[in-house]
Write a protein that binds this ligand. Sequence first.
Ligand code: ADP
Ligand code: MG
Length: 352
Amino acid sequence: NMMQNPRVIRQLDEALINRIAAGEVVERPASAVKELVENAIDAGAGRIRIDIADGGKTLIRITDDGCGIPPADLPVALARHATSKLDGSDLLNIHSFGFRGEALASLAAVGRLELTSRAAGHEAARIRVNGGRAGEVEPAALREGTVVELRDLFHATPARLKFLRTERAESQAISDVVKRLAMAEPAVGFILRDISGGGEGRLILRADSEGGDLFDALGARLARIMGRDFIDNALGIDATREGIRLHGYAALPTYSRGAAVAQFLFVNGRPVKDRALTGALRAAYQDVLSRDRHPAAALFIDCPTDLVDVNVHPAKAEVRFREPGVVRGLIVTALRHGLAGAGHRASTTVGA
Ligand code: ADP
Ligand code: MG
């Protein structure tokens, strides 16, 4: 209405900007766990411990033995768009999980965050953020690595809190996230515990660091996470086309599942949920599996970073390939070929 006075346009303050942006990065406790565990992996951790309480709603604590953060950098790590992982401005050449420099700032905006860390050659130090405001850097006691503690997620955004599901459902989502990252990083040890009840807590998942060559380590880790019987009933896949490599394990049709719970896909080491890729997986099994069954698989696609864009979504679960047809073709042909060979082998080894 032209008769009314124009409304004043105001610049939003920093704390509010962070809270709005946080909505994109942190949907639920599991997204917080994902960001924090990815940070630990990026820091070169060999062991990562994840403690949660009440489905992560009241407490998420990630302890790693990675490179740590020097005291003077603690406030910087919490600032928005502050990252140590992007060299120059090359968004195509990303080798770490993180690169947006958004996670810690976002988490600090939606929960009470405490960051304690020790970097080589420095004393341990801690910083706390409450209500979006960071305190002073204080001395702390920590032998190595980093501990990030996030309490009372979404306490400042009751609307968001209301949409969280039961403790059980949120714990399940956290466990899924940790499983996927554990599959992506067989050399890293993971422990996930529910400490709601106090004390040592209840063990949800444990996967010790896998040694051996890469393929063995992956097989051992997948057996640990997906079950020995998956690996025993799966084909090892390794195929390359036009510079794109597909490797991992795909279950024999006889091992199919009713629900699509056991499909794990990774692009350049990053867990993804991508319709085009699951569609290709389905197409590969189309002749050997009825429509109501789902093939179990853990497949890794590795391709030059200029052929894939991981910068599609803040939560980074989607990817965009420059040549989607090549990737689809690779998945369908490699799996069909493997399945055909397996059918042949199985029939020749019957009774053996
Ligand atoms: P990003 O991961 O995109 O860089 P984050 O907000 O998640 O952004 O982290 C900001 C910075 O804080 C990182 O670039 C890294 O330098 C540092 N950092 C965060 N978590 C850890 C950790 N567990 N160990 C060492 N450094 C960390
Ligand atoms: Mg990060």
